[in-house]
Ligand binder design. Sequence first.
Ligand SMILES: NC(=O)c1ccc[n+]([C@@H]2O[C@H](COP(=O)([O-])OP(=O)(O)OC[C@H]3O[C@@H](n4cnc5c(N)ncnc54)[C@H](O)[C@@H]3O)[C@@H](O)[C@H]2O)c1
Length: 289
Amino acid sequence: MQIIEVGVIGAGQMGNGIAQVIAQAGYKVKLCDLNAAALETALFTINKNLDFLVNKEKISQDQKDETLTRIECHQDLSALANSDLVIEAIIENEKIKSDLLKQLDGICKDTCILASNTSSISISKLASATHRPERVIGLHFMNPVPQMKLVEVIPALQTQPDIFNLCFALMEKLEKTPVRVEDIPGFAANRILIPMINEAIFCLYEGVASANEIDTISQLGMSHKMGPLALADLIGLDTCLSIMEVLYDGFKDSKYRPCPLLVKMVNAGQLGRKSGQGFYSYLDKKVQA
Ligand SMILES: NC(=O)c1ccc[n+]([C@@H]2O[C@H](COP(=O)([O-])OP(=O)(O)OC[C@H]3O[C@@H](n4cnc5c(N)ncnc54)[C@H](O)[C@@H]3O)[C@@H](O)[C@H]2O)c1
């Protein structure tokens, strides 16, 4: 089986990065989102990211132009009828993702592989929502996609080995470093990262230190590039909370209880960079603690 056309659903921060790296590797990409404004913002971001690469002389102007011609935007999923692989990167919610996969099962050709960029939700469960569970897989890209090398490749219990091998090889063609991870709540990356972020939020909640101080401690004391609270703002607090809930439900272990402050901020719509306010303010492009 050959992959020629790739559908990407969800043109948010992950979807636009996934569309960019796939188009840069020479594949035709159909980027879908319900929201026309999200598609417009995605194209603007991809254009800006490619300009950055041209300015750094990592790619030529021609390569940038060719990459952009390979990306088509759609609001209607029926545009994916002929895709060989569809990667969904919509909201981190099991019911909404399962419903989307069911819908795709009816739209996409029988040979199409359905992949999820979920951060934590069971791939085996998502696969069960379709009539092609052997062709469903997890492809967990990291944020920001164009810069981050790692992709966790997660087979469902039902995934056929040749589908796994094809997707693993495709990630190498995107110049990523794929790592096989089993289908266990949170997989590996987020099982390690998100409880650490949650603990940092507990430190803030309990008044151990301020947001700036907690991030400084991680950066200067642990050599982390970004502090955990700045990283939570980048990931999105809604996504962090969803992952903690998957870990808590999946392991039934109280060590994964989400910090009440995280829950409160999500309830208030303070989701981090994407809403303009999280642990820091991004309004007027000024970052304050
Ligand atoms: N944010 C991160 O750091 C990160 C990292 C790795 C994986 N992920 C995962 O990637 C996925 C997307 O996260 P994000 O941060 O890009 O979210 P986001 O909120 O930035 O974007 C989600 C996009 O999906 C669109 N959408 C929602 N429902 C849709 C539907 N039914 N059909 C079409 N479009 C729909 C929304 O309009 C929005 O544009 C989640 O599963 C998340 O867990 C996120």
